[in-house]
Design a protein around this ligand. Structure first.
Ligand code: FAD
Length: 469
């Protein structure tokens, strides 16, 4: 009987345990992608990026003699229905770990089994299943360093290649049309600008990994924090949609380490940060929505998106150049440098005293590498309320950060047009990307700081000192 392989955020053919198992089971394989509430809940840029990913993935499956069947609706109904319709004997998928997906998958699994079919989920989105990493006392880890010590020498299975043949069913079930879904339609802010920065798909992901391993990883330790240097792997968008497996990245890192490339161990440690975020989300799912440390729930964050300072922050017009450059980089490319994410998050939560959830929501909408676990952990880390958080008195000074990590101002000039006689295309692109309703023009004067670096720091520290816990 056929096997349904339900693809979600794992749009690849190689190192895909569920697909390999379906092929090994014998018989036809029917790949399916479901547009359900978890897809509809995505922000504009991640949804747009998903559409790009699906386009490429569908073509890859066709090249392999197969197809991707698109369906929409609640998984608990649609997946068993498709199984009945195709006479499938088994449904396989790769695990997801966010609470909404876990709830859905548990329900679907039970329903499929009720019908007497095989339902099986596989690992693959992470290096280590979150429940397999435990302290000596059998608890989960709340701090990264001991987590890292616990996992760094673990065996990670070698990535496997794509199956050499994926048997097609005699008759394909009907499929919805990707174009009709209009997943990219919410991207009413210059998707054409974003598209220049995106090459979706498994093949592009592997090329990126190869290039980074050849040219980037050796110096990664020194250059990864530099805003003005292209010093990181840029693999996050591929990892986010599962166009590459973390195991493949891990093994490439191990090989680079064995070749004596200095930055490789740092790269491995960063991949483990991604797993650590999932470890936290799995054990404490409230990290996605609530201050992880309960005592922070009393902290007087502002949380109204209509506030002037929030609007200026979102629109990248805070008047603090490095903050605005970073927010414009994200608006134009769907990506923001890690150091820059920390700087803009610190400015929002500390200088402007705005709740991290406001920033998290903006990132949810703007990032093509959006990841529920890393985004929530990143925000809570910077805001100081997370499990493994930067101490509250650590207020990033955006000006000293800029001097240190963008010493010649190249990053700021790349993204801020105002005040430059001949601004580069990258900086002008922001004005093409923003909606008309913002009323911005490249010829405007650069804004005055909404809160200066010094004032904001003093106000934040005073509020933090006065917190009653
Ligand atoms: P590299 O430096 O090349 O690192 C390699 C890989 O390691 C990354 O692709 C990523 O998967 C992982 N990694 C690196 N740093 C981190 C980290 N701090 N936390 C978790 N994983 C990490 N990352 C996302 O993928 N999606 C998000 O939505 C996201 N939101 C963030 C929000 C905030 C406020 C902060 C501070 C960080 C956030 N990060 C997020 C983490 C980090 O900024 C990005 O993973 C990184 O910038 C991606 O660039 P890269 O692939 O070139 O990373």
């Amino acid at each position: 009987s056929p096997t349904l392989v339900w693809f979600r955020r794992d749009l690849r053919l190689s190192d895909h345990a569920a697909l390999s198992a379906a092929v090994a089971r014998g018989g036809p394989v029917i790949p399916v992608f479901l547009r359900d509430h978890t897809v509809d809940a995505l922000g504009a840029a991640p949804k747009w990026r998903l559409e790009r990913g699906l386009e490429v993935f569908m073509a890859a499956l066709e090249e392999a003699g197969s197809r991707l069947i698109l369906r929409a609706g609640p998984a608990r109904e649609v997946i068993p229905e498709l199984a009945r319709e195709t006479g499938a004997g088994a449904v396989y998928w790769q695990r997801a770990y966010d609470p909404a997906s876990v709830e859905r998958d548990t329900d679907v699994k039970a329903r499929i089994r009720e019908e007497g079919l095989e339902a099986k989920s596989f690992a693959g989105h992470l290096l280590f299943e979150p429940w397999t990493v435990e302290t000596k006392q059998g608890a989960f880890y709340k701090v990264y360093s001991p987590y890292w010590r616990a996992v760094k020498d673990r065996e990670v299975p070698e990535p496997v290649s794509a199956p050499s043949g994926i048997a097609a069913p005699g008759r394909w079930p009907e499929s919805a049309s990707l174009a009709n879904w209009g997943l990219g339609a919410a991207m009413n802010r210059g998707a054409a600008v974003l598209a220049k920065h995106v090459t979706a798909g498994e093949q592009a992901a592997q090329v990126r990994l190869g290039t980074f391993m050849r040219d980037g990883v050796a110096d990664y330790g020194e250059t990864r924090d530099r805003l003005d240097v292209d010093g990181t792997s840029r693999l996050s968008e591929y990892l986010s949609l599962g166009e590459i497996s973390p195991a493949r990245c891990w093994h490439a890192g191990l090989r680079a380490q064995a070749e004596g490339k200095a930055g490789a161990s740092k790269f491995l440690a960063e991949l483990a940060w991604r797993d650590f975020a999932y470890h936290l989300m799995w054990h404490t799912p409230h990290i996605l929505e609530e201050n992880w440390r309960e005592e922070w729930r009393a902290f007087p964050w502002k949380e109204d998106r209509r506030l002037r300072e929030v609007r200026l922050w979102e629109q990248a017009r805070t008047g603090i150049e490095v903050v605005d450059a970073a927010l414009r980089e994200m608006y134009v490319t769907g990506y923001m440098h890690n150091r820059a994410r920390m700087i803009v998050a610190s400015y929002l939560t500390k200088h402007l005293m705005v709740h991290w959830r406001v920033g998290q929501a903006w990132f949810d909408d703007c990032l093509i590498d959006w990841d529920p676990a890393s985004n929530a952990m990143g925000w809570q880390w910077v805001a100081g309320c997370g499990p493994d958080a930067a101490p509250y008195f650590r207020v990033f000074n955006p000006e000293t950060q800029a001097e240190k990590f963008d010493p010649k101002g190249a990053y700021r000039r790349k993204w801020i047009a105002e005040g430059q006689a001949h601004p580069p295309q990258s900086a002008l692109a922001y004005f093409c990307a923003v909606p008309r309703s913002w009323g911005l023009a490249g010829s405007d004067a650069y804004p005055e700081p909404v809160v200066s670096a010094r004032e904001g720091r003093e106000a934040a520290l005073a509020a933090y000192e006065n917190r009653d816990f």
